[in-house]
Design a protein around this ligand. Structure first.
Ligand SMILES: Nc1ccn([C@@H]2O[C@H](COP(=O)(O)OP(=O)(O)OC[C@H](O)CO)[C@@H](O)[C@H]2O)c(=O)n1
Length: 327
């Protein structure tokens, strides 16, 4: 039995259908250690060692089918003339893993490089500049990777209509001169800061179509996003701007079993009122030298089991409604 924040995890005797690796917020930069805005130590050079340990553990385990990187591959403090080099250096480490890695955008990625460049560098499986996509590792499971900065002030060209619309939106929601500051905002309204973003209209409609199709196929869906989507699993200041709209779509179907995210570095876990698990993953960046935050997740027909390294809590996520046979 393993220790967890959410109760005891019972080692399963059954074989998982598949297993995948997870890591979040590497935020690598070739700079001296520093601190977050709130004073939490950040180890910019050590974070790539955490990734190296993750890849080595996944390869050693031998049955990790793919890995998911939950965004913020490099830090905003990375000198901009080194951004391309730093992203490539981290991608090269992921490439040492014996399987594909699925990436998503985080705010720090977008402080460094434009969206179009990142889509290519991160080899996102899309046929355009779109940074959201889905894949199915087996007939019973579907993964949806969201672009949580599709509607945001980050990453789009200055004269792009999304930049103008998102700037106006933030102006209406956040009265502070510094739009990264949540000062004066109360409760979940604290999420209306510039380092967050939203899933845009077209992406919402695409999500609804994917979930409809997954429901018809009786698939378990796992939503992946850099930004958390439930206040029980993250601090309000880390939430997606329109997490409520995304969750309203999720609740039209009952195929989504878990939502995974990064961004809020201390991590968290909750089960929402509809039985959906929300697990925010602990950040690689904030692991003191010699420690690590990564894990692998075993997928069963009726649950997910996250087995974490020292800095990532183990979590058993039992589904409220078990998977049914395919039609
Ligand atoms: N209260 C704050 C918090 C942050 N900032 C500034 O915003 C930029 C991004 O912040 P940072 O902490 O680096 O963002 P992360 O994505 O690493 O983490 C997100 C949060 O932890 C979510 O919970 C940076 O320039 C900060 O200085 C701010 O002004 N005021």
């Amino acid at each position: 039995m393993m220790a967890t924040t959410s109760g005891p995890v019972h080692a399963s005797t059954a074989k998982p259908m598949f297993t995948f690796g997870v890591i979040a917020d590497v935020q690598y930069a070739d700079i001296l250690d520093g601190r977050s805005f709130l004073g939490v130590p950040r180890y910019y050079r050590h974070s790539i060692s955490v990734l190296q340990r993750a890849v080595s553990a996944w390869n050693k385990q031998g049955n990790i089918k793919f890995s998911i990187n939950f965004g913020d591959i490099v830090d905003g403090f990375c000198p901009k003339d080194k951004s391309l080099w730093a992203v490539q250096k981290v991608v090269d480490e992921f490439d040492k893993f014996d399987g594909p890695t699925y990436h998503m955008f985080g705010n720090h990625c977008l402080y460094n490089l434009p969206r179009s460049k990142l889509v290519a560098l991160l080899k996102m499986p899309t046929d355009s500049d779109r940074a959201y996509y889905e894949f199915s590792p087996c007939p019973e499971y579907r993964f949806v990777v969201l672009d949580a900065y599709d509607f945001s002030t980050l990453g789009w060209p200055r004269d792009h209509p999304v930049t103008a619309a998102a700037t106006k939106f933030l102006e209406e929601k956040n009265p502070n001169t510094d739009k990264n500051s949540p000062e004066g905002l109360v409760g979940v309204d604290r999420r209306f800061v510039m380092f967050n973003g939203a899933v845009g209209k077209e992406q919402l409609s695409w999500l609804s179509d994917v979930l409809q199709d997954a429901s018809e196929r009786r698939q378990n869906v796992i939503l992946c996003s850099h930004l958390p989507m439930d206040p029980g699993a993250a601090s309000p200041v880390g939430l997606m701007w329109n997490y409520d709209e995304v969750m309203a779509i999720v609740r039209r179907y009952n195929c989504v079993k878990a939502c995974f995210a990064g961004h809020d570095h201390r991590g968290g876990h909750t089960v929402d009122s509809h039985g959906v698990h929300h697990r925010t993953l602990e950040a690689a960046l904030e692991c003191p030298p010699g420690t690590s935050a990564f894990g692998h997740i075993e997928a069963y027909p009726d649950k997910l089991l996250l087995v974490g390294s020292d800095g990532m809590d183990d979590t058993e996520m039992c589904f409220q409604s078990p998977a049914r046979p395919l039609l």
